[in-house]
Each structure stands twice: as structure tokens, then as C-alpha cells.
Write a protein that binds this ligand. Structure first.
Ligand SMILES: NC(=O)C1=CN([C@@H]2O[C@H](COP(=O)(O)OP(=O)(O)OC[C@H]3O[C@@H](n4cnc5c(N)ncnc54)[C@H](O)[C@@H]3O)[C@@H](O)[C@H]2O)C=CC1
Ligand SMILES: O=C(O)[C@@H]1CCC=N1
Length: 245
């Protein structure tokens, strides 16, 4: 928001400055103590689950009645509330890395949030992509395994496609270029066409052609379906474990 007073707080301020575009009006501070007397309306906590326990106590005086959004994977609202001295105006959010290019997908959950808080959170995350509220807190951990971690799965697929291209005789640079442009093109097609992935996939398959031959291997039950299900299960399980980190 053009008139909002935004402060980034990071104990490594140089790192925070690197993330801001040149000329950004966002002020960078190192400790909550430097903000004494300031009362933010909205606070986003983007600390690693493992450091929240030790770090949050010093944030309590800053928060007062603020709307607090935590993006920490796994850490539940009840634990966040305890770490924040009984603070109740809390929302969990799970954004993903494409927020940096305005293409994020964020999942949100709160216990009986006020309508104004729902609107404020939605506005924040819709400004960097899309957002969706889930009906139960457990779904945030499942969504973390899909959308939070998901960009890395697709990037891993691009890596493997490029490697396989090299193995089939393409120069490394060209194989990487083909793999990433193919991925970007397929993602844009999915976005612009609007039909489901399965329908578009079928459109690539010529009868008895090359794609059918490739998919017959990739989609064997013990190949991609099993690998994806097991990967998502592991990520989901890790989110549940991080609750106690
Ligand atoms: N990386 C991703 O794609 C996503 C990460 N998350 C969540 O975001 C959180 C942060 O993850 P990353 O950004 O990947 O980690 P990161 O290590 O890149 O960033 C954490 C930042 O916290 C700062 N920090 C550490 N202790 C501090 C303290 N006491 N006071 C102030 N600043 C402090 C560090 O200097 C660092 O800049 C995690 O809880 C993670 O679960 C959520 C969605 C996606
Ligand atoms: O890897 C993680 O734990 C965080 C949460 C989702 C994406 N990155």
C-alpha cells in the first residue's frame, strides 16, 4: 500500500536489504527494541520454525493487539499463541517462492478470524499472487507439502529433464534451455488455456507417438505416481514434526 509504513526486521539487516528493490521505501531494522513505541497494525513472522521458540519473546512488546501472520511451516496456532504470551489475533499462512514474481500461491488459516482480518490477509497475499483459506488447521500442513514445497519438485523435474536430454546426446546448455522453456511454456499453457492438466496432457499425445511412449514409462504406478505421493507424504510428515521443533 503506497501510504503504509513498512519495516523489515532481520537480525542480519544486510541480508534483508538485498531482498529489497533499489529505492524501496521499506525501512530495515535489526531488533524489536529499535522499534520501541511503534505499534504496527499487521506483523508477518517469517522466522524458521527452529528459531521461533527462542526469538518470539522479544517481539511481544511490539505486537500489542496487532494482526500477526506466521509463515513458519508446521508451527501451530496454539504454540504460536503461547510463544507470543497469549496473543490471539493470529493467522497461519503458507506462501511459496513464486511470490517474488507475483505468482505465489498462499494458503491461510485462522480460528474464527474477524472479517476485517480475513480481508487484510487476503489483500496482502493476493498482492503477490493468489490465496485460499482452508477450513481446518491440519490442511495447512498438507498444503505446505503441495504448494509450499511444490516449486522445488517442479524445478527438480526440470533438472532431471535437462540431465536426461544430455544423456540422449544434447549439449548441456541446450538441454537446460529446452527443459526450462518447456516447463515455462507448459505452465503458461495451463494458466491461459484453463482446461485441466490431464486434458492438456492428452492433447500432447499423438496416437502411438513419442509422448505416449514416454508417459507409459513415467506413469507406471511405481514411477512418477509413487515418487510424487511418497515425496508429498514426506514433506507433510516433516511439517507435522516441525510443530515440535
Ligand atoms: N523458503 C520458502 O519457500 C518458504 C518458507 N516458509 C517459511 O518461512 C520461514 C523462513 O524461511 P526462509 O525464508 O526459507 O529462511 P531464511 O533463513 O532464508 O530466512 C530467515 C531470516 O530470519 C532471520 N532471523 C533469524 N533469527 C532472527 C531473529 N531472532 N530476529 C530477526 N530475524 C531473524 C535470518 O537472518 C534470515 O534472514 C520458515 O518458517 C519457513 O517455514 C514458508 C513458505 C515458503
Ligand atoms: O522447506 C520448508 O520447510 C519451507 C516451507 C515450504 C517451503 N519451504
Amino acid at each position: 500500500h503506497p501510504t503504509a509504513d513498512v519495516v523489515a526486521l532481520d537480525r542480519d539487516p544486510e541480508r534483508a536489504r538485498l531482498l529489497l528493490p533499489p529505492g524501496s521505501p521499506v525501512a530495515v531494522r535489526q531488533t524489536p527494541a529499535e522499534l520501541a513505541g511503534w505499534q504496527p497494525d499487521l506483523v508477518i513472522l517469517a522466522l524458521k520454525p527452529q528459531v521461533l521458540g527462542a526469538a518470539l519473546a522479544e517481539f511481544i512488546p511490539l505486537l500489542r493487539g496487532a494482526l500477526v501472520i506466521s509463515v513458519a511451516a508446521g508451527v501451530g496456532l496454539s504454540r504460536l499463541g503461547e510463544l507470543l504470551g497469549g496473543h490471539r489475533r493470529l493467522v497461519r499462512a503458507m506462501p511459496n517462492l513464486p511470490v517474488v514474481v507475483g505468482q505465489g500461491m498462499t494458503t491461510l488459516y485462522a480460528d474464527s478470524p474477524a472479517a476485517a482480518d480475513v480481508a487484510a490477509c487476503t489483500a496482502v497475499f493476493d498482492a503477490v499472487g493468489q490465496s485460499a483459506w482452508v477450513a481446518s488447521e491440519g490442511q495447512i500442513d498438507a498444503a505446505t507439502a503441495i504448494a509450499g514445497s511444490g516449486p522445488a519438485y517442479f524445478l527438480a523435474l526440470v533438472e532431471q529433464l535437462a540431465k536426461a536430454g544430455e544423456a540422449e546426446g544434447l549439449p548441456a546448455e541446450l538441454a537446460q534451455h529446452l527443459a526450462s522453456r518447456t516447463f515455462i511454456g507448459a505452465a503458461s499453457l495451463l494458466q491461459q488455456d484453463g482446461r485441466p492438466a490431464a486434458t492438456l496432457k492428452a492433447a500432447v499425445c499423438s496416437p502411438r507417438g513419442t509422448t505416449e511412449a514416454g508417459l507409459a514409462v513415467l506413469e507406471q504406478p511405481d514411477a512418477l505416481p509413487r515418487a510424487v505421493a511418497a515425496s508429498v507424504r514426506a514433506a507433510h510428515q516433516r511439517a507435522v514434526e516441525l510443530a515440535d521443533a
